[in-house]
Design a protein. Sequence first.
Length: 242
Amino acid sequence: MQIKLHSKLKLLTVLIFVLFIGASSAFAQINAVKNLPKYDNQKYHFGFLIGFNFADFKITHIPDFATADSIFRVEPLGQSGFNLGIVTNMRLAENWDLRFVPDLQFSQRDLEYTFYVNGSPESTEIKAIESTYLNFPIDLKFKSNRVGNYRAYVTAGVKYGIDMVSQKKVENLDSELVKLERQDYGYSIGVGFDFYLQMFKFSPEIKMFTGLRNLKADDPLIYSTSIDKLNSKTFLLSFTFE
């Protein structure tokens, strides 16, 4: 629990820092020389994305969890990872864009199991679950009016992902293995800033993804039977260059 709280505090600190830098830079650019003055008149823009993610689970236990097997508690432990992607942006209107940013997401999520020992919750075991997702997100982007070399924006969209290293179909001869479904989907919301530099547009963005699919694969082993649902919960701090 302390590890999870510490990781979330670090993530929150980074996000606040990025937002502060973005807001400060915006005020500094109000009277600046306008870079890329015809940039937003183009129908399409392309670029690339580099991001840092914090992947976690939302757990729903089985109804009779308190009396099931020898497990006392199951807690998710989020871990950090990174994303690499390609940006395709289509201008819809003065303040609206449609974005398609397929990316590779390298992430890890842990599950901490606490077991009963002689009637007391004493033994703890952590199961690491690594994933490499090929994601296909589509987002609608609403932008503020441009002020100097700056815009603020918000996004909302949906995402479909395929775990390229899913072990769902592996014969589970090893009781240590926790299986997940290969495909995931859900919705996301985000906020960011566009900075118009001399040669390109730079955009830091914070996005939260909530998975709608139950990722827990059918498995008769104890590590899976104590869980009813596993849903993705991911935070992404990304930097795009267009």
